[in-house]
Every structure is written in structure tokens, then in C-alpha cells.
Design a protein around this ligand. Structure first.
Ligand SMILES: Nc1ncnc2c1ncn2[C@@H]1O[C@H](COP(=O)(O)OP(=O)(O)OP(=O)(O)O)[C@@H](O)[C@H]1O
Length: 486
């Protein structure tokens, strides 16, 4: 491992991914990495290779969207001498070039039916046959794939082989878009400033508060890639000093509002080089003496300036998680008057969003139908935006199914898993509810020991290892099928 690939971030999600990377690096199973474009899928694949025992052998990346079926078949399998009239000599394909190491198939959904079948055979049988070849050749490779479209949905539509999907997703890692883990933006921005300082021999010292505020509020359709490209452009154009709001493109400058929705946490440090996931020279990411972006730890906002995606339940859960950390640090760090107002806003914000949890703890769940449906317009908004960003259009049935699941799990949560009351809340027969729960449980890929079922959906991380992580959306099927005594 030479530490050349970084996995920066301090969000609960990225920490979970870091943990997963360790676990999966040790094993040999295929891995499916999912997430929108630019979320770091290629980076994760490389890190897994670097962390694994296969790191002495090649990492061979293939872009499945880069050519037609014939071209890709030749690239992957190679050919024997005389197979192609214009080439007297044979050529090894990428499968064989990756011997001992990792073959990484980027955007695996783009493989044709024929190549999907061929890939399935390679993974299943551990052999390949080159074009024009007469015998199977055993190979020892690990296959890692990525996709920015929902493969499960393609399987349902008959556009991707089901058997291959299950082979590939033996272990699955979902990378959420950066707008759902905004607390990683300061650390990533700082990392990119330092990276391009080094690459371009510049001396940019950090990012001003207003500029960071704008970065935190941007939607980042192309995720980390877009953030990286922006910082690179700015570093190229600037020689020294800090990045100011005037250095940002006009579109971002307009995002700065009077409602400051970022705040400093002066004791916070990025998650650094734990177990060598980060580059070795991590000290470059938090030079002392400048107004430093690593000092930002959390974001929030007042209702009037809530960024488009800030209202997702998972983000709120993460915000609330971090709130206690923030409050602890804040007691120690009262020296920054400038940010006390922001702190108050953040406290209000988190208090607003932590209400449902508190009511649950008080054993007094608010069982009103209206409050359950209040969030729905913003959730629909998220879905539509996501599908538009992906350019794939709305999958009506998937969205409806997703909402059904959300409503059921919310009703159960609010009724302390009392199925009678949950069914009443949903105006549904208890039997119908129980049937729906059973259906979900049998179709869910993973059920941990505690009975918590992890779904590989737009809202969840599914690690394929049965790890239970309370930070992530789970649907609790404890006591499923048993009477709840009411
Ligand atoms: N957590 C991270 N820490 C540091 N850099 C990151 C992180 N995630 C992504 N990057 C960087 O962001 C850029 C985009 O990431 P990457 O190419 O891996 O995304 P991707 O999801 O594979 O994109 P695409 O779908 O377009 O192939 C890369 O330069 C990568 O190194």
C-alpha cells in the first residue's frame, strides 16, 4: 500500500464506508460499488485493491461504457493468433492481465447481454476462454464493479441478469451523494486545496468562511468530482492567500445568504489516516495558523435556508448525532464569539429535528396521520431531483414502493412497533400490514442477528456483511410474525 488514494471525510456514512473497506479488502468476494457519478466509486475500488493481499498484482480498470460489445469482448478476453485477420499475433485480454489482482468494471450496467453472461461464467467458474481459443484457462482475479444506476431496478425490468447481479453484489457498498453528507465538504475541500497546492506548487492557505458557506450550500450534481474540479480551477488561477467568495463562479456566489449555516468546531479534526486509509503525509491537511476549513465540522441551517436535500431523515439523524459531539466541544470552545450566533441557530435546528426521537424516548409517540405525511412533498422532491440528475427518469413503481416502506417503518416507529396501532395509523387492516412486513422481510437481502433488516435502497447502505450500524436507515422487523400482545 503506498497511500496514494485518499478516502477523506468525517461523516458517519464515510466512516462506515472506511470500516467496510477494511472488512471487504480481507475477503475475496466480488464487490458492487453503487452511487451517483463522482461520489468516489473508482477511488473506493482502488483503495480496496491497495488494502488487499492482491496489491502486489495488477489493478485493471475497464470502462464498460467505452465501447461496443465486440470491442469490449476483445479487450476483456483477448484473442488467439490468427483470430483477427489483420492481426497475425494473439493478444491477452484484461482478465488475464489482471491475474492475481483486481479487474474493475466501471458502469457494469452497460455490458451487453452476451458479455453479462460471459462475466457470470468467469466469476462462477473461475476460467476464461480467449476468442478463437480451444481451451478454458483458469484465472485468479477479484472482480469489483461499479454502477451509477440502480442495477436492482434493471434486473426487475429484465435489463440486467439476475444471477450476475447476485454474484456481483455479494458485497455492496453504497456511496451517498455529497449533498447527503455535507459535513464532508470542508474536509474534502481542504484536502483538494492541499492536493493542488502540491501539484501546482501553490500556497493557498485555506477557504474563507463565506466561500465555505457557499460550498456547503451548493447541490453538487456531479458530487466530489465537481468539487475537486472547482478547487483545481481556483488553485490554478490563484497563487496565494485564501479562497474567497469572489474566487467562486457566480452561480455559487449567489448562494451566500445572511443565514450562516456552517459553523466552526475548533477542536474537530478530519478523520485521519486511521489504519492507513488516508495518505501517509496527512499532516498537510491541517496546517496550523490559517483560517482552516478542517475547523468546520457540521452544517445546519434555519428553515428559511434549508438546502434542497438537508431535510432527509438520514441527514437529520446524522446532524443530531453530531450535535452532542458539537455541544461537548462547544463548552470547551467559547472563545469564538463570531460563531455563537451560528451555534444557537444550529442548536435550534437540531432541536427541531430531534423532536420525533425525543417523543419516542418519552414513550409518548405523536400518533397523528398529518404529521406523518408532512415530510412527503420534500421527499418526493428529492426523488424527482435524483432521477433527473441521473438522467434516468422516474421509476414510478420503485418510488411508490419506497414510500410504502417508509410509511410503514415510520408508523411502526411511532407506535413502538405495535402493529395494531400502526395499522390503524395507516388505515389498513392489521393482516395487510403483517403480510406487507413478511413480504419485505423475505425480499430483503440481509437480516442481521438482531432482526434488523438492511435494504439496499436509495436510503440505505447495505454492506452485505450483516453489519449493524444504527447511523443508517434500517427497517426494524424485530418480532416479525409474532403477536405484539395488543
Ligand atoms: N472520500 C474521498 N476522499 C478524497 N477524494 C475523493 C473521495 N471520494 C472521491 N474522491 C475523488 O473525487 C474524484 C471523483 O471520484 P471517482 O472518480 O472515484 O468517482 P466515481 O463515482 O467513480 O465517478 P464516475 O461515476 O464518474 O466514474 C476522484 O478524483 C476521487 O479521487
Amino acid at each position: 500500500m503506498n497511500g496514494s488514494y485518499a478516502l477523506m471525510g468525517s461523516s458517519a456514512i464515510i466512516r462506515h464506508v472506511q470500516h467496510l473497506v477494511y472488512k471487504v479488502a480481507e475477503s475475496n468476494s466480488s464487490i458492487l460499488i453503487t452511487g451517483e457519478p463522482g461520489t468516489g466509486k473508482d477511488a473506493i475500488a482502488k483503495i480496496i485493491h491497495e488494502r488487499s493481499q492482491r496489491n502486489k498484482f495488477p489493478f485493471v480498470p475497464i470502462k464498460c461504457a467505452s465501447g461496443n460489445e465486440e470491442f469490449l469482448e476483445i479487450e476483456l478476453f483477448g484473442y488467439e493468433a490468427g483470430y483477427l485477420p489483420q492481426n497475425a499475433q494473439g493478444r491477452e485480454g484484461h482478465f488475464r492481465q489482471a491475474e492475481g489482482g483486481v479487474l474493475y468494471l466501471d458502469e457494469v450496467s452497460k455490458l451487453s447481454d452476451k458479455l453479462q453472461l460471459a462475466l457470470y461464467r468467469v466469476i462462477n467458474d473461475g476460467v476464461i476462454r480467449s476468442l478463437g481459443g480451444k481451451a478454458d484457462i483458469p484465472i485468479n482475479i477479484r472482480v469489483i464493479c461499479s454502477t451509477s444506476v440502480d442495477l436492482e431496478q434493471l434486473v426487475r425490468r429484465g435489463l440486467f441478469r439476475e444471477d450476475l447481479f447476485y454474484k456481483l453484489s455479494a458485497t455492496s457498498i453504497y456511496l451517498p451523494p455529497i449533498r447527503e453528507r455535507r459535513e464532508d465538504i470542508p474536509i474534502l475541500s481542504e484536502y483538494f486545496v492541499q492536493k493542488f497546492n502540491q501539484l501546482k506548487s501553490k500556497k493557498i492557505v485555506g477557504i474563507s468562511h463565506d466561500a465555505m458557506n457557499a460550498l456547503l450550500q451548493n447541490v453538487w450534481t456531479h458530487n466530489i468530482q465537481e468539487l475537486e474540479n472547482l478547487i483545481e480551477r481556483i488553485v490554478v488561477l490563484k497563487n496565494s492567500g485564501s479562497i474567497e467568495i469572489s474566487d467562486l463562479p457566480p452561480r455559487l456566489r449567489n448562494l451566500v445568504t445572511d443565514n450562516i449555516d456552517a459553523f466552526y468546531d475548533r477542536t474537530h479534526q478530519p478523520v485521519l489516516n486511521q489504519n492507513n486509509i488516508m495518505p501517509q503525509n496527512n499532516n498537510v491537511y491541517h496546517n496550523s495558523g490559517s483560517t482552516h476549513i478542517s475547523q468546520y465540522s457540521k452544517i445546519g441551517s434555519q428553515n428559511s435556508a434549508v438546502p434542497p436535500y438537508a431535510q432527509s431523515q438520514r441527514e437529520n439523524a446524522i446532524l443530531n448525532n453530531h450535535n452532542s459531539h458539537y455541544n461537548r466541544n462547544n463548552q470547551i470552545n467559547n472563545q469564538t464569539n463570531n460563531y455563537s450566533q451560528v451555534t444557537q441557530q444550529q442548536a435550534n435546528y437540531n432541536q427541531n429535528y430531534s423532536q420525533p426521537q425525543n417523543s419516542l424516548q418519552n414513550n409518548n409517540p405523536p400518533i397523528t396521520r398529518n404529521s406523518m405525511f408532512d415530510d412527503i412533498p420534500s421527499e418526493i422532491d428529492q426523488f424527482i431531483k435524483k432521477e433527473i440528475d441521473l438522467g434516468s427518469g422516474i421509476d414510478f413503481y420503485r418510488v411508490v414502493e419506497e414510500f410504502e416502506n417508509r410509511l410503514i417503518s415510520e408508523a411502526l416507529r411511532r407506535t413502538n412497533h405495535n402493529k395494531n396501532r400502526a395499522a390503524q395509523l395507516l388505515s389498513m387492516n392489521r393482516t395487510t400490514l403483517v403480510e406487507k412486513l413478511k413480504k419485505r422481510a423475505t425480499s430483503s437481502p440481509i437480516k442481521s442477528e438482531t432482526g434488523r433488516v438492511k435494504r439496499n435502497s436509495a436510503f440505505t447502505i447495505f454492506d452485505g456483511l450483516g453489519n449493524d450500524n444504527p447511523d443508517f436507515d434500517t427497517i426494524d422487523f424485530v418480532n416479525l410474525g409474532t403477536e405484539d400482545g395488543v
